[in-house]
Design a protein around this ligand. Structure first.
Ligand code: MRU
Length: 363
């Protein structure tokens, strides 16, 4: 997608042929900077501190982290150690484990001397596949938006609500939830996006609004609690969100607050879609309640960063000194609240049969 008129991915290999560049997402939307990753430790740190975040992107970053590790030590022990280390950085998004498993499958059988080259090739393949996968999610999601647009008066926009950032910043390009939105917008479908701010880290206000704005998509940031009210007043035609893990029965784990939006959508008859690549399906779990939910620092709740009039970005405290904060980062939306899963292979029901149907896998 485009930033300041230039096409960007969120992660790429530098001209030196080995170091990896990523967009520093903790600085957005105030500053656009990149970070160079030269070691597996740096890749792990970028994942942990959320310089890179979003399920697909942390998977790709981890894949490149393995390639960086293989430059230093390509022994079997180093491979196993690096994979375990990278996997431990964030527990909820299954794409991280998936990408590392893909790396292991390719690298483990090879002689150590061949591993570095093969690791870079596999990481690049995972990265490129991610782009095509997200493009296809958009191809399959587009008719949903077009069908809603067909019921509107000429020029009247389709109103779409999204939560967190499941845009190209969370992936490599296109995004998952945003891919149908970008493709509809590019085809001239009138649409408008309600962007949940997504406390505590504000991925909606800081990232989704930033990238929609950069692409020229009309949008409005709302507080997380506004969605239900807007739905009651007929101001939301559909919801579409991303996900960090979908269990084999169709339960959806996504950024904290997603469940409340799904409940409100269900109560108001608003279709609630979830966009995901196949790498987000956890075939080993058949119940979303079994997913490990990342608990993050209470500081994310008690403090907020913002830009001052002079351009400086400062962190301020928003609660009385001494108050404690809990910070579960994700929640689970039961499959029964989900209208459909939008995947690179097509749209399916959020159910075991639905997922098996599109992914042709026996689970
Ligand atoms: O904590 P984050 O910012 O990594 O959480 C991201 C989300 O919850 C996204 O909605 C999800 O990863 C899907 S990204 C296509």
């Amino acid at each position: 997608m485009h930033i300041h008129g230039r096409a960007h991915r969120t992660i790429w290999l530098n001209a030196d042929g080995w170091s990896v560049e990523v967009i520093e997402q903790t600085l957005l939307p105030h500053r656009f900077e990149t970070v160079t990753l030269k070691t597996a430790e740096a890749a792990a740190g970028a994942i942990k501190t959320m310089q890179v975040r979003g399920a697909p992107l942390i998977g790709v970053t981890a894949a490149y982290g393995v390639a960086l590790a293989m430059r230093a030590d390509s022994s079997g022990a180093a491979l196993a150690r690096t994979i375990a280390y990278l996997a431990s950085q964030r527990p909820t998004a299954v794409n991280l484990r998936w990408a590392l498993e893909e790396m292991r499958k390719v690298l483990a059988p090879l002689p150590p001397a061949d591993r570095e080259k093969a690791a870079y090739a596999k990481a690049a393949a995972i990265c490129d596949d991610e782009v095509e996968t997200c493009r296809m999610i958009g191809v399959h999601g587009l008719p949903i938006i077009e069908a809603l647009a067909a019921k509107k008066r000429p020029g009247e926009p389709v109103n779409i609500l999204t939560h967190c950032n499941a845009g190209w910043l969370a992936c490599v390009d296109w995004g998952t939830a945003t891919s149908p939105i970008y493709q509809a917008h590019d085809r001239g479908v009138a649409l408008h996006v309600w962007v949940d701010e997504t406390r505590p880290r504000n991925q909606g206000a800081s990232l989704t609004a930033y990238e929609l704005g950069a692409h020229g998509v009309p949008h409005t940031i709302i507080v997380d609690n506004a969605g239900g009210h807007l739905m009651q007043h007929g101001k939301v035609d559909m919801c579409i969100v991303g996900t960090d893990r979908v269990t084999s029965n169709g339960d959806v784990c996504n950024k904290i607050g997603t469940y409340l939006k799904a409940l409100a959508a269900f109560d108001n008859g608003v279709p609630f879609y979830v966009a995901l690549p196949g790498s987000t399906v956890d075939w080993e779990l058949d119940d979303g309640m079994k997913i490990e939910i990342e608990e993050r620092s209470g500081d994310e709740v008690l403090k907020m960063a913002g830009r001052l009039p002079d351009g400086r970005v400062e962190v301020v405290e928003i609660a009385a000194p001494g108050s404690k904060a809990g910070n579960p980062a994700f929640d689970v939306t039961p499959a029964r609240l989900v209208t459909g899963l939008v995947t690179e292979r097509g749209v399916c029901k959020a159910s075991t049969d639905g997922l098996r149907g599109v992914f042709r896998r026996l689970g």
